[in-house]
Design a protein around this ligand. Structure first.
Ligand code: CO
Ligand code: ZN
Length: 362
């Protein structure tokens, strides 16, 4: 448990907005190397760890290393940075935050997302939620020239500055648990894996938050016989939200996805693969929750419909306040997700895989 917490802390505190995942990638490469036979960083930055097994059948696991961020689109003459979202923010959570801004030199400098004090807010406007276009980052500079001297320019990216912390027992809080917890689950399972019936491709994917980009190319390259995505899912088990809308609850075990998605169409996890995962969870005594999530999806959606179709499913970690600086989860759910993943990888033999693949009728 403590080992998992340390791993999650390292991953969560690393800075990796979509497209600029370098710092997280370094952590992943270092953690992965001792436990796999090969590590490849592909041309868009996915980290692919290959562990050979008893057959040539290919299993793919995907967890994304990017986090939602901000991008500077304008610098005021007074030295304030104006920005756009990179990924889905709730702007209410941005006001009053400290951020890290990446400079053109590759270093990071601190900034804050400022707000108007209540004293000077026009009467009647106090309760209005701000829009991202009205927000700004203050890096302590007093002119555009000073900003430029610091190495900040249009296109510079930023992420939240937030330390990992233990709340109570196994319940922890931090930023970017979406999806560093999935990455931690994957790396933790790698540490425990011994002989496998298939060759494993463990992929730390990039740019999930801007359209599941990294997983698409990794799936094309690997052409796996089956795939499992690891990601957070909504746990709305908080005041003011009715039971039906909780989706999942923290501390009740990892979730096994039935379906998710929304505006872009639903993603239905491969039913036989999903049932296979459920059966394994029961066999090994890992608690689980079945998940139907309306809104949002995971890398599994991007992997599933490549080539001839790839049986794909998702194991999720229930997380409160996703896409905010104070995401909260129960580490026990994550450790159980890791146990379940390990068991699935060990028990998905070529014969099981064949049962998911094409059936020749004549
Ligand atoms: Co997300
Ligand atoms: Zn995610």
């Amino acid at each position: 448990m403590e080992e998992f917490i340390q791993l999650l802390k390292r991953l969560s505190e690393a800075r990796g907005p979509s497209g600029f995942e370098d710092e997280v990638r370094e952590v992943v490469v270092r953690e992965m190397e001792p436990y796999v036979d090969e590590v490849v960083v592909d041309r868009w930055g996915n980290v692919i760890g290959v562990k050979h097994g008893a057959s040539e059948r290919r299993a793919m696991v995907a967890a994304h290393i990017d986090e939602i961020g901000l991008v500077v689109d304008h610098i005021d003459k007074e030295g304030f940075l104006r920005f756009r979202p990179v990924g889905g923010w709730n702007e209410v959570t941005l006001v009053g935050q400290r951020v890290w801004v990446k400079t053109s030199r590759g270093t990071w400098i601190r900034g804050v997302v400022g707000s108007t004090p209540p004293h000077v807010t026009p009467a009647g406007k106090e309760r209005e939620a701000p829009e991202i276009k009205d927000l700004f980052i203050d890096i302590g500079a007093s002119s555009r020239e000073e900003v430029e001297k610091l190495g900040v320019e249009v296109g510079s990216v930023a992420v939240l500055d937030r330390e990992f912390a233990v709340l109570n027992g196994k319940v922890v809080t931090g930023k970017a648990f979406d999806d560093r917890v999935g990455v931690a689950v994957m790396l933790y399972a790698l540490r425990q894996l011994k002989e496998l019936p298939t060759t494993l491709y463990a992929v730390a994917t990039v740019q999930e938050e801007v359209g599941l980009r990294g997983a698409q190319i990794a799936a094309e390259r690997i052409n796996p016989h089956y795939a499992i995505a690891l990601d957070t899912t909504i746990a709305a088990d908080v005041p003011g939200v009715g039971d039906r809308l909780h989706v999942t609850k923290i501390g009740k075990g990892p979730a096994i996805k039935v379906l998710d998605g929304g505006r872009g169409g639903l993603f239905i996890a491969h039913p036989q693969l999903r049932d296979h995962i459920v059966k394994i969870a029961r066999d090994i005594g890992v608690p689980y929750q079945l998940e139907v999530l309306y809104g949002g999806t995971t890398d599994a959606m991007a992997i599933a419909f490549r080539r001839e179709g790839i049986p794909a499913a998702t194991i999720s970690i229930p997380t409160r306040y996703i896409h905010s600086p104070v995401e909260v989860l129960n580490v026990e759910d994550a450790v159980n997700a890791s146990k379940l993943l390990k068991a699935v990888l060990e028990r998905t033999t070529p014969a099981v895989i064949d049962s998911f693949l094409d059936k020749r009728i004549k």
